[in-house]
Write a protein that binds this ligand. Sequence first.
Ligand code: HEC
Length: 469
Amino acid sequence: MPGKQLLLKIWQWFDDRSGISKMLGPIMKHPVPPTGWAYVFGSATLFAFAIQVLTGIALATGYVSSAGQAYESLKWITNEAFMGRLLRGMHYFGASAMVLLVGIHMIRTFLTGSYKFPRELNWVVGVLLLLLTLLMGFTGQLLRWDQNGVWSTIVAAEQAGRAPFVGPAVARFLLGGQTVGGATLSRFFAYHVFFVPAVIFVMVALHLALVLRHGISEAPHRDRPVDPKTYRAWYHAMLEREGVPFWPDAAWRDVVFGVFVLACVVFLAWQFGPPTLGSPPDPTIIQAYPRPDWYLLWYFAVLAQLPPGTETFVIVGAPLFAGVCLFILPLVFNSGHRAPSRRPWAVASVLVIVAGVGSLWIEGERSPWSPDFDARRLAPMQVNSSDPQVILGATLFHDKGCEYCHTIAGSGGERGPNLSAIADRLTQQQITLTILNGAYNMPAFASSLKPEDLSALLAFLETRTGPKP
Ligand code: HEC
């Protein structure tokens, strides 16, 4: 067949001039230990990163990184640009997938002890990649340039500012000034689009080069601890005996799972679309309670619930401690058993961390510390009185915003105490003082309540007695 002949000739020419099969052949065919589905998460993370690069480039063609236009340009991308909604959705769910996969990949390498000799550096580079991934999520959120994004950044900069000595300088560097503004947006755009991805590319190359240098870690065995003196010789002998060519024997799983990840991202993006843009940022609205995207939300829950006074210690100390632990882990524990069944402490610490982050995440989702602006007015049945004063009081309880923070009869926010039986606990005078002077985390209402409003509120609160419904 002449067509086939021609194609073959073209390929031979290309291969001869480029040397591509000489270069890639050994990599594709190099022997690897037989592994299973647990080993697909690293390549899947890379796959998710590729989705991010491609959708990111597409989004960058329509996005304007100036404070005056960013929000509008995103609205245009979402609502009008060709496939814009799908692309934004894919970029969002791709980011979620990348964070999730990098986390699972890390847990897997930890549980199978793959970070031990001689793959210590691989782990260290991996930790850097985890940090860079989170940095991408954080900088990307500001590019949305809505209330949530802007306020989350302000909160983060405030935290950074608390670090001793370097704090203020770091915060200034982050924001490009004293507060979030056009300079911050330009900076975050540059980090998000040029700087951090460039570092990720280099680190990924290093990570993969190290995988090739040391080989994929074999599945751990109960009776075979790592001994740095003999491990390499043993590993190579094992490869001779049991190794399979990387392509296709091992890599087919990576391809299948990667395609599955892509399908999930496309499906979610198509089904749910990108995160809705909040209102445009307005620094005068301080009633914004910023909520970062889900993968950073758990950390927000930590911040929201710190007892006052411990903030600086926790905000600066905890991430530093966690980071140092992750970096030195492979240097301290580089030999010994790899099998999870021989490392109960390792398994237990993963369970504790996953459960801890999980419950913080649920707390973050509920965010009982932030006012519930959707709180509904109490129904007449819940007010349960025919006294016009009490009914007016109940209305004011909602209209003055008390209900955003206080629950009565099962309705309202949870930032302040439940007031369902407040009359049993406090005298009228105590209640009056709290309302007028405010309290810790409660604004003072002395200047915004007319005397008759106050008496109506008091009349209403006086009726709230008895067992909590
Ligand atoms: C921004 C949230 C917020 C708003 C709005 C708010 N409160 Fe509070 N309130 C709190 C918090 C938090 C406390 C607890 C303060 C403390 O523990 O010192 C509190 C305490 C109280 C208490 C004392 C409760 C106790 O068990 O000691 C009363 C009574 C009260 N608020 C009534 C009101 C009324 C009436 C309004 C509306 C006019 C209102 N609050 C608006 C957050 C709020």
